[in-house]
Design a protein around this ligand. Structure first.
Ligand SMILES: C[S@@+](CC[C@H](N)C(=O)[O-])C[C@H]1O[C@@H](n2cnc3c(N)ncnc32)[C@H](O)[C@@H]1O
Length: 229
């Protein structure tokens, strides 16, 4: 934990119990899978590995592996990773590399054509310093023109169920008796982060259902960004 980022230490995810998260987001919950499947169909090549950041209990990792891809999946919660491992069918297990890491300090000796960060995992990056570091390190792990697909709450449009602090743009909420914190993002901050770190938005939606991004109530930011260096 000592070498974890501020976000990793304070977002509430590192000690979230694995069995509780499994109940909230079972691996059978796959409503968002068609969008991530669309992303890999468009941007992955069949032989190149996929990087999944903040994989949780591995519900998307498992789908990627079952679709025939080699996957490196990273999370900071060891309980989630061990559950992710048990959910992998034997025949795909050799194709999945599960790694305990803070994505803000991502350090893999590999580059990828596509990186996914699904189901509002990005907002666990709470501060602008951590966001900047995240994008800088992500760039080093993407091959030229590689893409990063993710979703995150849109400030002012996505629902707030907990307590919102306008200065830090963070919501603090209770999730099955666990306190978690998440940042609500603006489109302009993502654009600026991209400009500073060599990313541009190539697809933008208001949700994983691919609705147009209009900033209306209920929208989030569902984005595909390309690393242009
Ligand atoms: C909302 S869950 C999403 C899980 C998974 N992506 C899915 O689609 O089911 C957020 C995940 O982000 C992980 N996470 C949060 N901050 C992280 C960090 N700094 N580094 C790695 N994983 C992180 C949590 O442990 C958790 O698994």
């Amino acid at each position: 934990m000592d070498d974890y980022s501020t976000s990793a230490r304070t977002s509430g995810w590192h000690h979230y119990p694995g069995e509780v998260w499994d109940e909230r987001k079972p691996i059978t919950w796959l409503d968002d899978w068609p969008f991530w499947a669309y992303c890999i169909q468009h941007y992955a090549t069949s032989e190149a590995p996929i990087l999944e950041l903040a994989c949780g209990n591995g519900r998307i990792t498992r789908q990627l592996a079952l679709a025939g891809y080699t996957v490196t999946a990273v999370d900071l919660n060891p309980h989630f990773l061990s559950r992710a491992s048990t959910y992998l069918p034997e025949h795909v297990r050799p194709n999945v590399n599960l790694m305990l890491q803070d994505v803000i300090n991502l350090d893999l000796d590999q580059q990828f054509a596509i990186v996914l960060m699904t189901d509002w995992a990005f907002p666990a990056i709470l501060t602008q310093d951590d966001q900047l570091r995240f994008f800088e390190r992500l760039g080093r792990h993407l091959s030229p023109s590689g893409v990063f697909a993710f979703n995150t709450p849109l400030l002012g449009a996505s629902p707030i169920v907990g307590q919102f602090d306008a200065l830090s743009q963070t919501e603090t909420k209770t999730s099955a008796e666990n306190t978690i914190r998440l940042r609500h993002n603006t489109l302009s901050e993502i654009l600026l982060l991209g400009k500073l770190t060599g990313f541009e938005i190539i697809e933008a939606y208001g949700g994983v259902d691919k609705r147009p991004l209009l900033g209306q109530v209920g929208d989030d930011l569902t984005l595909v960004m390309r690393y242009v260096g």
